[in-house]
Design a protein around this ligand. Sequence first.
Ligand code: NAD
Length: 260
Amino acid sequence: MSLKGKTALITGSTSGIGMGIATTLAGAGVNVIINGFGDTTEISLFLSELERCGVQAIYSDTDLSTEEGAIELYKAGVEKFGKIDILVNNAGIQHVEPIETFPAERWDKIIGLMLSAPFYLTKAVLPNMKKQKWGRIINIASAHGLVASPKKAAYVSAKHGLNGLTKVTALECANTGVTCNSICPGWVLTPPVKEQVDVIARDENMSWEEAKTKLLSEKQPQTEFTTPEEIGELALFLCSDGAKNMTGAQMPIDGGWQAR
Ligand code: NAD
């Protein structure tokens, strides 16, 4: 089955993993709604790149930390394309601090963006997906949706919650033509992760390659990053007919992190 002419809303797609997924889906003929923050010139260039795949692409800078923001983004997509066939809940941020001093404002922001916004968007897209008997919801969770690390209380809680939302959505959509799955990446080389490697290299006076291996080997037996494009390929597979009986799954793509 071709995905040509379908429409995908990918949150947080001006950078990193979201960008990789938008690129892969556009390459398969899917119109895309991209979202997130960033330099306007770079975003315009990215839109042009997507359009060179022969699809339509629009951008919304909506802040997804609130219900109003999530609904505004959904409406912008429907206004342009009439429907959303594929929803990818990807936008995310991090805050690293022990629970005792973890700021309440950062907790609220992370839960709002990474758990509540996926809920509001899922709620908005489901009626039409069920009506048309086809839909794909892909939640970008994390290895931290399956296991924890210290100092990441809000992130780990949001990602475990997102995996719960995936399961409930899958159950409520059984036999409707709509599937919902989570992708659980390990380390992916995106701007926030590059910064972490830079810090290790600087603080421990190591080469960038040594710092990379140090960061990855703490968690992953395979000490190479997953790429945003590889996450895009997995998302594309989940949209295919071959994956129509896959639903409610949490799929690691993590260099063996979960095997430990
Ligand atoms: P990134 O910083 O490169 O991209 C994050 C995107 O979210 C950007 O487009 C940013 O503008 C957008 N965003 C941030 N706050 C927003 C808000 N309030 N409203 C709307 N958009 C907002 O990060 P990334 O590494 O590509 O992460 C993408 C997702 O993948 C996140 O959910 C992250 O938790 C998850 N993830 C990343 C890794 C990794 O190693 N990079 C591993 C596992 C899971």
